[in-house]
Design a protein around this ligand. Structure first.
Ligand code: P6P
Length: 338
């Protein structure tokens, strides 16, 4: 019988010595927030039904939007235990300070509370993405500088996928590990230990409806993935197209089966749509830990230092062989422009 390894036990058993305290407990906190968000998200379709049957609460509160609920859940669980000095949420304009009555800790949390929330209405998986940095300067901790750090300096990153099951996947720099929520036990149990991107990859993910918005080199790269363009340097492996329109779900599938997710820049959106701080950065840390690579198309996303909380970046993320091929084709444009 396989052993029951809860996320709490695995985190504690696998943390480096220096992180037995706050970082471990912070990951517990995020796991608890995930359970609460999972419960609410899995009942989203019932809200109207329940509402019509008189389930509206005594204050007559209208149903919060789920991404606001997710944002507030993470804040309320993480604002008081004294592990964080500051937070930054994709849902909030500026950084979120720790209330004065609580101690400020050593870590800074960045998160997208519910990415792809528009998919809830059509019952498509959604996700929470998070990254954890260490403070920059102890006496000054709690500033924007504590979150505006390159993803290479993350001490931990992960996501929760609210899908056919709820999974929490994270890394503290010792590999990537996945846990599946057992709703009866209310526990995340180890289900995917030491995840590595498989070779050969199986999928490529991009919104093909935007083909005419991309620069020619991106168009050629997608044609290469489809076996319709050969630059003489070898053909792509046989790949299927899969694009759910929910980043965490597309990323998770490609992590387990091998592949590449792309959201390139476009003529009127040169930086694309995906946010560096809350989405691309944490996923770049994770994919690197799983043997993969994340690029803007010309440079590693791990080395980008954010200057704005909500800045966006083009993203090519997945198997290193596929991402480096994209760079080789896009670099040709860079050379032409230089
Ligand atoms: P498009 C969801 O809104 C999201 O931020 C990601 O989860 C997803 O990958 C992307 O946008 C989809 O964007 O433009 O293809 O609909």
């Amino acid at each position: 019988m396989s052993k029951f390894v809860t996320i709490e036990r695995f985190i504690f058993d696998n943390q480096p010595e220096y992180a037995k305290g706050d970082l471990t407990n912070l990951l517990y906190d995020i796991a608890l927030a995930a359970k609460i968000i999972s419960y609410k998200t899995n009942r989203a379709g019932l809200q109207d039904i329940l509402g019509n049957a008189g389930f509206i609460n005594v204050q007559g509160e209208t149903q919060q939007k789920l991404d606001v609920f997710a944002d507030q859940t993470i804040f309320r669980i993480c604002d008081h235990p004294g592990r964080l000095c500051v937070m930054a949420s994709e849902e909030q304009d500026d950084v979120i300070h720790i209330p004065d009555q609580y101690a400020k800790g050593r870590y800074a949390l960045v998160y997208d509370p519910l990415d792809g929330s528009s998919n809830i209405d059509v019952n498509v998986s959604t996700g929470t993405i998070f990254g954890i940095y260490r403070y920059k300067e102890w006496e000054l901790r709690g500033r924007r500088e504590d979150v505006l750090q390159p993803p290479r300096d993350l001490v931990a990153a992960g996501y929760i996928l609210y899908g056919s099951s709820t999974m929490m996947v994270y890394s503290t720099g010792q590999g990537v590990h996945g846990f599946t929520l057992d709703p009866e036990l209310g526990e995340f149990l180890l289900s995917h230990e030491s995840v590595r991107l498989p070779e050969p990859p199986a999928y490529y993910s991009i919104n093909g409806g935007y083909f005419d918005r991309w620069q020619p080199e991106v168009q050629n790269y997608v044609r290469w993935l489809q076996g319709r363009y050969n630059d003489g340097a070898g053909a792509a492996p046989p790949l299927s197209a899969r694009y759910i329109g929910s980043l965490v779900a597309d990323f998770h599938r490609n992590l387990l089966r091998g592949g590449i997710f792309m959201y390139p820049g476009e003529r009127d959106k040169p930086h694309g749509k995906i946010r560096l701080l809350y989405e691309a950065g944490p996923l770049a840390f994770l994919v690197n830990q799983a043997g993969g690579y994340a690029s803007t198309g010309t440079e590693s996303i791990l080395d980008l230092t954010p200057t704005d909380l909500h800045q966006r970046t083009p993203v090519f993320i997945g198997n290193r062989s596929l991402v480096e091929k994209a760079e080789s084709l896009l670099q040709r444009r860079k050379i032409q422009l230089d």
